[in-house]
Design a protein around this ligand. Structure first.
Ligand SMILES: NC(=O)c1ccc[n+]([C@@H]2O[C@H](COP(=O)([O-])OP(=O)(O)OC[C@H]3O[C@@H](n4cnc5c(N)ncnc54)[C@H](OP(=O)(O)O)[C@@H]3O)[C@@H](O)[C@H]2O)c1
Length: 166
């Protein structure tokens, strides 16, 4: 399965200045638990922004124009071309769960290919947002399959939703 995993604001914003919009420990915990022992795929900017890289306990894959070989980043498999990454991900996804973890550019490239997207929706937005996820509520090919929970964290109201592709 190819799965997107993302935390969005009410306007589907996901980041600013190469960082996240919100500090939501409940979402971090959900991300860790969900992706642990699985395959995680990042764009180079998001990968660089991780405090610990490669993410421990996961198989890390990075899309980077300037990748010179499969192993040019220590601890991660790299691809310089999206079509090659896609073929690799589609092959792995027959046996394993592959999580597309952002950022904006890579989320958009995978839009036609997700089996499902795990969305943490936060009831807030930031006018300085620079990065967005495509609004799945406006995408005809996606629908909300399940509400997975929610709550209030750091004063922010959030819900976990599973979207599926028709
Ligand atoms: N809210 C969330 O859940 C969440 C999750 C992840 C990220 N984010 C946010 O998303 C933002 C970053 O998104 P972004 O779009 O700027 O960066 P990104 O997708 O993480 O990385 C972009 C970089 O990936 C490489 N790349 C992208 N498309 C490519 C292609 N087709 N072929 C080869 N290489 C390609 C390029 O690297 P080079 O230019 O270096 O070659 C490009 O600059 C940040 O604000 C981050 O915090 C939010």
């Amino acid at each position: 399965m190819i799965k997107g995993i993302v935390c969005v604001a009410s306007d589907w914003g996901i980041g600013k200045n190469n960082g996240l919009l919100f500090n939501l420990p409940a979402d971090m915990k959900f991300f860790r638990k969900t992706t642990k022992h699985n395959i995680v795929v990042f764009g180079k900017s998001t990968y660089d922004s991780l405090s610990k890289r490669p993410l421990p306990g996961r198989f890390n894959v990075v899309l980077w124009d300037q990748a010179t070989s499969l192993d040019c980043l220590e601890g991660a498999i790299t691809f310089a071309k999206f079509d090659e990454l896609l073929r690799f991900v589609q092959l792995l996804a027959k046996e394993f769960e592959v999580f597309i973890c952002g950022g904006s550019s890579i989320y958009k490239l995978f839009l036609p290919y997700y089996d499902e997207v795990l969305v943490t929706k936060v009831e807030a937005s930031d006018p300085e947002t620079t990065a967005f996820f495509p609004n799945l509520d406006k995408e005809k090919s996606y629908y909300i399959d399940r509400y997975l929970g929610g709550g209030i964290d750091n004063g922010l109201s959030y819900e976990f939703l599973k979207y599926k592709r028709r």
